[in-house]
Design a protein around this ligand. Structure first.
Ligand SMILES: Cc1ncc(COP(=O)(O)O)c(C=O)c1O
Length: 474
């Protein structure tokens, strides 16, 4: 689906009343869910005593209870109560080969038996993995591994400032670049600023300039008002949160151009898109080469410590783990580039190529999107629709993410925003009750190469049941 149609359809959802599962029906769904997920409830109650909020990751947030998982295989996941789910969470994006990849796991076991988990000194897999990334990613001459995407975003910003000698960073609202003090702004909803954390002093983000997605005038203005002091633009090449706020087709090239004209760097956050949109990431897919590339997720394929910054030689050379004379961007991390991460990275990248995982996952993304849209079309009263960027599939129902689109024309009250979010979350829980697991917040689905016809049919059957819970209107 093209950009303009996506925006128009989001607007169409926002211009109609919210289509939701009635309270009595969703209460019954939650009752069934609680009945089926007794083990998860016990686990959650136990976790709440020792873990703040009872869970560590927003991926697990689910009203009324988060699930505790038992195991996963291919495109399927089972909870502790033995309930089976078609998995589209895919650990939040890193899994594209499917769960439990024997070839990768065996290499990790071999590593542990022969080398051990970590020595703090160079392991060959570190070089192999870096060489492979450099070979695949067009904008990357050198790689520095880190422990997470958040750390990698922090380092990319530091390198940009060290290299340019400038201070300001332009961030596109609705994009997520980790949870560091300087980046946690409007990351879920454009225009909301710092809503996540009370512990962030304003001074931490006084050099972060936020602009609305695809706002060409605001981009020009940000450079004009901060003449000579913009170090970089940081952006997801798809648009924020993997295309929840999709980029206009010209937007990446416009950012590239304005950076070049002003001596600023373009940072692409490819934590999700790297090795998912293509072997050369979003930069290859959109044919726009950034100066610095932030990577994470797929480079360890679910194994821990998944972060890296890559870029041009002259910029990356500033990274140094020690104190050096002259320009440098100090880079630390005891567990960065640990042998488990880099072995997982190297072996996963080889498997992704060997099995043509990106094409297979993307083909499934296309198929499930088309079939969902066919299904939604059978309900003329519902404005629901799906769109995908290769294996990243978005399903819009009440469109809580799109409220900013109409903010200027009629405004969206906080109350409406809450209701739209609740309606989408109710659909999410009803789908989970039917054995389909999505990303909870904005109904994103990640496909892997092992999603097959069976997964597709189960997913459509679940959606069909959930649609039937929403009363026909008009
Ligand atoms: C685009 C993007 N950047 C950065 C991050 C942060 O990565 P991590 O969770 O590894 O810190 C994420 C995580 O979801 C992401 O989607």
């Amino acid at each position: 689906m093209e950009y303009q149609e996506i925006i128009e359809r989001k607007k169409a959802i926002l211009s109609t009343t919210i289509k939701s599962i009635p309270e009595a029906v969703i209460a019954d769904v939650k009752k069934q869910y609680a009945e089926k997920c007794k083990g998860s409830i016990v686990s959650y109650e136990r976790a709440k005593k020792v873990i703040p909020a009872g869970l560590e990751h927003n991926l697990g947030l689910a009203n009324p209870y988060p699930l505790t998982m038992k195991t996963a295989q291919g495109a399927t996941i089972w909870d502790v109560d033995e309930n089976e789910y078609v998995d589209y969470l895919m650990a939040g994006g890193p899994i594209i080969l499917g769960h439990k990849v024997k070839e990768v796991d065996e290499k990790i076991i071999e590593l542990l038996q022969n080398y051990g988990p970590s020595t703090g000194l160079t392991c060959e897999s570190e070089i192999l993995c870096a060489e492979e990334i450099v070979r695949l990613m067009p904008g990357v001459d050198m790689v520095r591994f880190l422990a997470s995407g958040t750390e990698a975003d922090m380092l990319a910003v530091r390198i940009a400032r060290a290299y340019t000698g400038k201070t300001k960073i332009i961030k596109i609202m609705g994009s997520y670049h980790g949870w560091s003090d300087q980046m946690l702004l409007s990351s879920d909803r454009p225009g909301t600023g710092n809503v996540h954390a009370c512990g962030i002093p304003k001074v931490s983000y006084m050099h972060t300039i936020e602009i609305m997605p695809n706002d060409y005038d605001a981009l020009e203005k940000a450079f004009a008002e901060n003449k000579g002091d913009v170090a970089a633009i940081i952006a997801e090449p798809t648009g924020g949160h993997a295309g929840t706020f999709p980029n206009h087709p010209d937007w990446n090239k416009t950012m590239r151009k304005i950076c070049d004209e002003n001596g600023a760097l373009l940072i692409f956050d490819e934590v999700v898109t790297g090795f998912r949109l293509g072997l050369g990431g979003g930069q290859e897919y959109y044919n726009t080469i950034p100066d610095l590339t932030v990577m994470g997720k797929i480079i360890t394929h679910g194994y821990p410590s998944c972060g890296a910054v890559g870029g041009k030689h002259e910029m990356m050379s500033l990274c140094h783990p020690g104190r050096v004379a002259g320009k440098s961007a100090y880079t630390g991390g005891t567990m960065s580039a640990n042998p488990i991460s880099t072995t997982a990275g190297y072996e996963s990248l080889k498997c992704i190529q060997k099995y043509d995982a990106i094409t297979k996952a993307s083909d499934y993304g296309d198929r499930i999107t088309a079939r969902l849209n066919e299904l939604f079309a059978t309900r003329k009263d519902l404005p629901f629709f799906a769109y995908n960027i290769r294996s990243i599939v978005h399903v819009e129902t009440s469109c809580p993410s799109g409220t900013f689109l109409v903010a200027n024309s009629r405004g969206v009250s906080a109350e409406e925003q809450k209701l739209r979010t609740k309606a989408a979350e109710d659909i999410y829980i009803a789908l989970m009750n039917e054995g389909v697991l999505l990303l909870g917040d904005c109904k994103r689905m990640y496909a892997c190469m092992q999603h097959d016809e069976n997964a597709l049919n189960k997913t459509l059957a679940a959606w069909e049941k959930v649609l039937a819970m929403i009363p026909v209107q008009g």
